[in-house]
Structure formats: C-alpha cells, structure tokens
Design a protein around this ligand. Structure first.
Ligand SMILES: Cc1cc2nc3c(=O)[nH]c(=O)nc-3n(C[C@H](O)[C@H](O)[C@H](O)COP(=O)(O)OP(=O)(O)OC[C@H]3O[C@@H](n4cnc5c(N)ncnc54)[C@H](O)[C@@H]3O)c2cc1C
Length: 508
C-alpha cells in the first residue's frame, strides 16, 4: 500500500505545494506543525467561529480552528488572501487612497516580482517557518547583508566590505592603544592581555605593530592575477569618513538578531505563503467579502458583510476573531468599547513605503558582482535591494527604495507615483551612476495610503505597552483579537502568527 508520505511527496513532485496541500485536504487531514513551533491545542468540540481578515494572523487562526475540527469561516475584503503579505507581478494593480491606480507593467516571468510588504524571514521565526514547512512552501536564501553592496559616503559610494574592514581596523587599533596605555580597566593578567592582543589583531586585521594598515578584507585595489605584479589591498579610508552615520549604521545593520543570516524567502514571492494557506482552507476562506459592521447578539455577534456580487449578507457566531490592522479596526462600524476604539486609533502605525522597478539589464551583477543584498543611501530612497533570485537572467526587479522613517515615508507618500519614481531614480544615481536610465515601469506602495492596512506596522510606546497593550489583546465579550500589532514582533509576520496563537488560547 502506498504510504501517506509517499503520496504527498508524489503530489508535491508532480504539482508543487498546492497539489500536496490539496491531497492532504482530500485525505481529511491538515499538515502537522514541526515541534519547534507550538500552536495551542484547541478543544475538539466542534465549536463555531468567524474570522475577519485573511492576513497571516487570520489565516493561521482559521487553519488551527479547522485542524481542531471547528466550523470556521474567514471573511476577507480583498480578492486574495495575505493582506500585507503581498507580491507584485505583471498585470497587478496597486490602489492607494488618493493616488492614481498603478498597473504593474513588468514582463511576465517567474523571477520578475517584488514583495512590497514582507520580503524576508529570519531563520529563527519558528512560527511562520513552521507553516512554510507544514504547507510545503519552498524557501530559498535571501541575501540580506552583502559585502559587495554599497554605502553612500559624502565622497561617493563605498563597498560595504571596505567600510566593515576599516571600521574593525580602526576600533581594534584604538583598543590596542588603550591597552598599552593601561587605560583598559579590566582586571587582566599578562596571559589574558596577550590573548586580548591576539584577538584584536585578528578582529581588526592589525599588523605586528598593532596598527591598522589596510587589509584585503576591504577588497582589492589591484586584484590577484597571473602576471608579475602582486595584488594590492585597498588603502584604509579616512577615519573621519567612517564616522558618517550612513556608513557605520549601514555596516552594522545585520548585527540585529532579526537581520542576521540565514535569511529566507519563499521561492516565487512572499504571497506563496498566503496562497498555501488559502489552498489548505478551501471554501472556509471567502474573499471579496468586505465586513461592514459588527454587533453583539444574545448568541455572540453578527457580522454584516458585502460579497463579490454586491449583496449584503449577515452571519452570526458565538466567537468572532478580528484579525484586522489596528487603524482599520478603529474605523470599522462596531460596538466595541469606546476605550478600545480610542486605544486602537491612538496606536502609531509606520509610514513605510517601497518602490520597485524593472531593469532590462542586471547591471548590479554584470558590472559590480552584487548578487542580492542591500545598499544604503542617506537620501529619501534609504535602501536599494538587489534580487536574491533569478541570478544571471536577462532582467530583474530592483527595490529602488525601502523607506521606514515616518517623516520621509509621509513625504514620499504625498508625491504622485511618477514623482516618487523620479526622486528615487535620482537618488539611485548616487550609488550607481546611470541607474536612472535603467528604470522601467516603476511601482510604489506607501502603506499609510493602503485602505485595508492604513500603515506598515504598529509602533508602541513604552507607556502604551504597559496600559494599552494588555487592554487591546484581551477579549471583549464574543470578540477576540489578533494581528501583528498584538505582539512584540511588530513589523514581522512572526508577530501575526504569535498573536493568532495567543488569541486562540483565549478562545479555547
Ligand atoms: C513595508 C513592509 C515591510 C515588511 N517587512 C517584513 C519582512 O521582511 N518580514 C516579515 O516577516 N514581515 C514584514 N512585514 C510585516 C508583515 O507584513 C506583517 O506583520 C503581517 O503581514 C501582518 O499580518 P496581519 O494578519 O496582522 O495583518 P494584515 O496582513 O494587514 O491582514 C489584515 C487583513 O484584513 C483584511 N481586511 C481589512 N479590512 C477588512 C474588512 N473590512 N473586511 C474584511 N477584511 C478586511 C485585509 O485585506 C487583510 O487581508 C512588513 C510589512 C510592511 C508593510
């Protein structure tokens, strides 16, 4: 007899993740989560619930409810599941509030896509990665930090590796000088001091004199060849240049636990995760179902919603999970407490934005040997992302801007799409002279202007975390709540997963 595992592997080989999930559903089971991720165990008592919003939080909650045998339905206003977990491809349309609609005019090819929302998954985000594994979403490495990428100094672009090597050399040399002058106040014996000197030499690539004279870690001025002349390392940069925040901030970003290797992305676009959930949920997911209002009833609460054909319908359930972004929920017609409504509206949501465009030549690979990664600019564009997929293909999609600072994001969002593209192309010239000639079919999203998100992610103050956070995450009568804002991982899909698990615990 063919085993369940062999059947699934066969289906995946023949038809990919969707086929495997469809086979699982047909077998009457839902994929098991790996042991490193732990959704709560729900009572298997056939209870009924409605979920509003099919972002990652709503999808996770609905899948776990189904797995426990609950009768669960998800109502999603958009024509597709995923919410902020979105991927843009040829023919898609971006509709911001107050901006002309933008149609994506890129070529149609599997590698020509951009993730305008989430783009990377850190290796320790066990919840979201657990669902990728369980649902058969193939992953690949996303190059986050790339030493060949560039940082813009006041003198022009500098490769990341040169800044990192010279910063370490500078710091190690200063520390070594401090040691010799006895200004290091650590209680160290002679053997410890020797070990410290050895560490500093290796850390900073110092010479025997404990000075930094440059290193090949910074790259080559004359690369190794097969001729008579020896290779020559880059000379150290002027230390004053290294003190420009645009350099040291960019050089250190991947030290953050959420930015360090290994970073992952779903093959073919971030929305492959949402698509796999949608397949697993089948007809429990209703798209183009815009929830208009919520009212408590004796038996729970009633949802009034408008379907794809424009008909307004009503549904009632004893428990309703509201998996909407805070500013969207704040505006919805509900009978939630005024304390909660005021709190939801008070929560700050970032004005982050991205702009992507097609390049008909992968100049970053051809001319600069940059394969994936991020360059940094002290300009409106802030970051430029090179694709970590489609290497050596004819064309590619660059993220020409990733802005997260509020004032800059607001300024960017207030421009028309055409103005945004012009500003970002001009900014990009600072990193890659001639880049503006390579920009084709730019598309941008300013997240505060997306009517079903109204911001990129929540940003809590310490004071709100003490008072408002416990209030917003607690249930209210038949209403339960989930969404990235109800976690300590705001701005990450992992936060949406964990918030869904926390809400489910409260519903169990
Ligand atoms: C620019 C940007 C970069 C990011 N980068 C990363 C990253 O690299 N890695 C990462 O893991 N995370 C990243 N994130 C964060 C991640 O996208 C979110 O944390 C997560 O997707 C939020 O999921 P959610 O379910 O809480 O909300 P959402 O995804 O917003 O889901 C809410 C859903 O509710 C629906 N809805 C709204 N109104 C109604 C209504 N009236 N009726 C019915 N449905 C409705 C919406 O259409 C949507 O589908 C990024 C986000 C942004 C914006």
């Amino acid at each position: 007899m063919i085993s369940r595992r062999a059947l699934l592997e066969g289906a995946a080989a023949a038809g990919g993740a969707r086929a495997a999930v469809a086979v699982l559903a047909a077998l009457g089971g839902l994929p098991a989560m790996p042991s490193s991720a732990a959704p709560p165990a729900l009572p298997r008592d056939g209870r009924r619930a409605l979920v509003v919003g099919a972002g990652i939080a709503g999808l996770v909650a609905a899948l776990e409810m189904k797995r426990a045998g609950w009768s669960a339905r998800v109502l999603e206003a958009a024509p597709r599941a995923g919410g902020r977990c979105m991927t843009l491809r040829a023919g898609d349309v971006v509709e911001e509030e107050g901006s002309p609609a933008q149609r994506v005019a890129w070529d149609a090819a599997p590698h020509l896509y951009a993730n305008p929302g989430p783009a990377r998954i850190p290796h320790h985000h066990h919840g979201i990665l657990g669902y990728c594994r369980a649902l058969g979403v193939p992953l690949e490495v996303l190059v986050d930090e790339n030493r060949a990428a560039r940082l813009e100094a006041s003198t022009g672009p500098v490769p990341m590796r040169r800044v990192q090597a010279d910063l370490r050399g500078l710091v190690a040399e200063l520390a070594a000088k401090g040691l010799e002058r006895g200004t290091a106040e650590a209680p160290l014996g002679e053997a410890d001091l020797d070990a410290l000197r050895a560490m500093l030499r290796r850390f900073g690539a110092l010479g025997r004199d404990m000075r930094y004279h440059g290193t090949s870690r910074a790259g080559w001025a004359e690369p190794p060849g097969a001729g008579l002349a020896p290779p020559r390392a880059m000379a150290p940069l002027d230390p004053r240049l290294l003190l420009e925040p645009a350099l040291w901030e960019g050089a250190a970003f991947a030290e953050g636990v959420d930015y360090a290797a290994t970073m992952l992305q779903p093959v073919g676009g971030m929305d492959r995760i949402a698509a796999a959930f949608a397949t697993a949920l089948g007809d429990s997911l209703v798209t183009e179902a815009e929830v208009l209002s919520l009212r408590r009833t004796e038996a729970g609460a009633r949802i009034t919603w408008r379907g794809a054909d424009g008909t307004v319908r009503q549904d009632e359930a004893p428990r309703i999970l509201l998996a909407l972004p805070a500013p969207v929920l704040a505006r919805l017609d509900t009978d939630l407490s005024s304390e909660r409504k005021i709190g939801l509206a008070a929560l700050h949501c970032a004005a982050a934005a991205k702009l992507a465009f097609q390049c008909d030549r992968r100049f970053w690979e051809e001319d600069h040997a940059i394969y994936g990664g991020i360059s940094w600019l002290p300009r409106e564009a802030t970051q430029l992302w090179y694709p970590s997929h489609g290497f050596h293909a004819a064309k590619g999609i660059l993220i020409g801007a990733y802005i997260w600072e509020d004032e800059t994001g607001e300024r960017f969002g207030a421009r028309s799409p055409a103005e945004r593209a012009a500003v970002i192309a001009a900014d990009g010239e600072a990193l890659h002279p001639g880049l503006s000639r390579e920009v084709a079919a730019p598309v941008s999203i300013a997240w505060r202007r997306m009517p079903r998100a109204r911001g990129a992610w929540a940003e809590w103050t310490a004071e709100q975390r003490r008072g408002l956070y416990p209030l917003l995450r607690s249930p209210e009568g038949p209403y339960h709540f989930a969404g990235e804002y109800l976690s300590w991982f705001t701005g990450w899909q992992e936060g949406a997963v964990l918030s869904a698990w926390a809400a489910l615990k409260g519903m169990a």
